[in-house]
Design a protein around this ligand. Structure first.
Ligand SMILES: CC(C)(COP(=O)(O)OP(=O)(O)OC[C@H]1O[C@@H](n2cnc3c(N)ncnc32)[C@H](O)[C@@H]1OP(=O)(O)O)[C@@H](O)C(=O)NCCC(=O)NCCS
Length: 205
């Protein structure tokens, strides 16, 4: 009962606090009471910010983003609409096993990304829209895809091409060697499959 009576006052207190620090929470968004929000943060419609989440200054959170407990977002981060952070790797597991996710300064997370529990997105890194990030992303790199991997610039693609070609040649050579090895053996399974017993068994089945 006491909680019910004090709730409107707490909500008003919070509203004044947010207003005084330039925090804009759009309608439908929900910020849990223990979340810590910095200055000049924008929380888009229907976004959810869980308990004990820490959000730095100047962060922009898109429509419908989900930021659960255990996530820390540093200053100047951009979260696209529908970006999903996670904390429980093998749900449902006890809280003690939840992992901490960190989005470092000025990173940009594209629309509809999913960030796996325990991942750190480096400073100034960019994550392409719709990506599923399963590993830590180093500073200032651009990653995309599912699972997300580094996107190479045109220059890097040119530099990487000889190494990729060498890998392909090496893999093909080892595959051919294995094939030769197999062809040198007398394959009992082929001989057996030609036997009348095998054929009879197969036809019966
Ligand atoms: C990742 C991103 C920044 C790369 O932009 P870019 O440098 O202009 O890259 P390009 O569009 O030239 O694409 C380069 C390559 O990466 C691929 N790629 C780009 N974005 C991708 C993504 N999100 N997922 C998978 N592959 C992607 C392209 O298909 C292309 O591959 P190719 O060279 O084999 O054709 C951009 O694609 C992106 O996702 N931006 C985020 C948009 C967003 O969510 N905004 C939110 C605000 S509304």
């Amino acid at each position: 009962m006491k909680r019910l009576l004090t709730r409107p006052f707490q909500a008003l207190k919070r509203w004044i606090d947010f207003k005084s620090r330039g925090v804009k929470v759009w309608p439908g968004a929900y910020v849990y009471p223990t979340a810590v929000i910095g200055h000049h943060v924008s929380v888009g419609r229907n976004a959810e910010i869980g308990n004990y989440v820490r959000i730095g200054n100047g962060v922009r959170i898109g429509h419908g983003a989900f930021i659960p407990e255990g996530v820390t977002i540093e200053n100047g981060v951009f979260l696209g609409p529908g970006a999903i952070m996670t904390n429980d790797n093998l749900p449902p597991s006890p809280k003690s096993e939840w992992r901490k996710t960190l989005i470092r300064k000025h990173a940009a997370i594209g629309a509809g990304c999913v960030i796996k529990p325990g991942v750190t997105i480096g400073r100034g890194a960019t994550i392409g829209c719709g990506s599923v990030v399963t590993r830590n992303v180093p500073d200032y790199e651009t990653w995309a895809g599912n699972p997300a991997c580094k996107l190479l610039s045109k220059q890097e693609q040119v530099e990487e091409a000889p190494r990729i070609a060498e890998d392909i040649v090496r893999d093909t050579r080892s595959f051919m060697e294995q094939l030769n090895e197999i062809s040198r053996l007398e394959p009992p399974f082929i001989r057996d499959s030609q036997s009348p017993e095998f054929r009879d068994g197969f036809e019966k089945a």
